[in-house]
Design a protein around this ligand. Structure first.
Ligand code: ACO
Length: 320
């Protein structure tokens, strides 16, 4: 059975940067409050739609792998902020890279990239596909109500992509676990969609609403539980993990998770200071940054885990 290995990666981070000090000029907040509670220093804001960021990341990932769009057997685009619901925006990426294959969006919120990884791995392992492009792309600034400091400071825009390729080597995705806990579906939401009466403008709410403390607890339980499940399946201990790339929602969540997992804190990869929470884009952007910084070396086991609205959670171990 072939393994699914990442052979190309790329990110798109919009050039416009909004620092904590910038935010403090138009809302009652401070760099001290934001940084001490979240680890965020700045976020990038896009003036272009999600699909354009996705296309840039996708083209970089293909170029890095030495592939063209014609090589692709499937495109999976994880997003909860598509430019349009119909058509899906994976179709835009497909047109731009010149692919002729199934292309579709998935919405598993911040776990979306790892859900896409799971689907890509299954397609490669069962022989259906040889090259699957998985993208996480978000324009979360769309959802922000700039008069609500509780949410406005947390999110950013960006995209990341990875090409998963069939390989006969023992490298690649070793195992993954995906889950959803619908009991928590109300604690993180934006209340609009086809279920809303479009004439009832009172109930239309495009803004993100969440219960931060409840999310904090459930994020650690969700990511910790599935990480444990994957490591147990593979017979790996904490010492066998060389790097952890967790979802970047809050630095304190990452620190608490790493502490509970009893992993050496130096193995936790963090880039939240630069980007804030970019939802489905956090993991592929973090993979790009970790590779650029030389934090991932051949033969290493990298654990990645995520948590998001749904409440979705996911974990995987990739051997590089
Ligand atoms: N600047 C200054 N003060 C603020 C800000 C801000 N940006 N936001 C809130 N405050 C104030 C509140 O008004 C409140 O003031 P009060 O005590 O006078 O009423 C005080 O700070 C504490 O507010 P809390 O909401 O209780 O702050 P908390 O300590 O819980 O931190 C945070 C909020 C950072 C969101 C935290 O709950 C958290 O990390 N949650 C998990 C991550 C999360 O929810 N991410 C968004 C969802 S996406 C995802 O995670 C998958």
């Amino acid at each position: 059975m072939p393994n699914a290995m990442i052979t190309g990666w790329g990110k798109c981070v919009p050039p416009s940067v909004l620092t904590n000090d910038d935010l403090a000029t138009f809302m009652p907040t401070s760099d001290e409050w934001i940084f001490s509670r979240t680890g965020i220093k700045q976020r990038h804001i896009s003036h272009l739609p999600t699909s354009e960021m996705a296309v840039v990341a996708a083209k970089k990932a293909l170029a890095a792998a030495g592939k063209s769009g014609a090589d692709l057997d499937m495109i999976i685009l994880a997003t909860c902020s598509p430019d349009t619901l119909i058509p899906n925006i994976a179709a835009t990426v497909q047109a731009e890279v010149g692919a002729n294959c199934p292309a579709f969006d998935i919405n598993a919120a911040c776990s979306g990239f790892l859900f896409g990884l799971g689907m890509a791995t299954a397609q490669i392992e069962n022989g259906q596909c040889k090259n699957v492009l998985v993208i996480g792309a978000e324009k979360l600034s769309f959802y922000i109500d700039w008069s609500r400091r509780e949410t406005a400071v947390l999110f950013g825009d960006g995209a990341g992509a990875a090409l998963f390729e069939a390989t006969d080597s023992d490298a690649g995705v070793q195992a993954y676990a995906l889950n959803n806990d619908p009991a928590g579906r109300e604690i993180l939401k934006a209340s609009f969609g086809a279920g809303i009466d479009k004439m009832d403008t009172e109930s239309l709410n495009f803004h993100l609403q969440f219960e931060g403390r409840e999310i904090f607890k459930r994020a650690i339980a969700g990511m910790g539980g599935l990480s444990h499940q994957v490591m147990t399946k593979l017979g790996l201990s904490q010492d066998d993990i060389d790097l952890v790339i967790p979802h970047q929602a809050n630095e304190r969540i990452i620190d608490t998770l790493i502490g509970k997992m009893k992993v050496d804190p130096s193995k936790a990869f963090k880039n939240i200071a630069n980007y804030g929470n970019t939802s489905a884009a956090t993991i592929p952007i973090a993979i790009c940054d970790a590779l650029e910084q030389g934090r991932i070396k051949p033969g290493q086991n990298v654990l990645s885990c995520a948590f998001g609205a749904g409440l979705t959670s996911a974990a995987t171990v990739i051997k590089w």
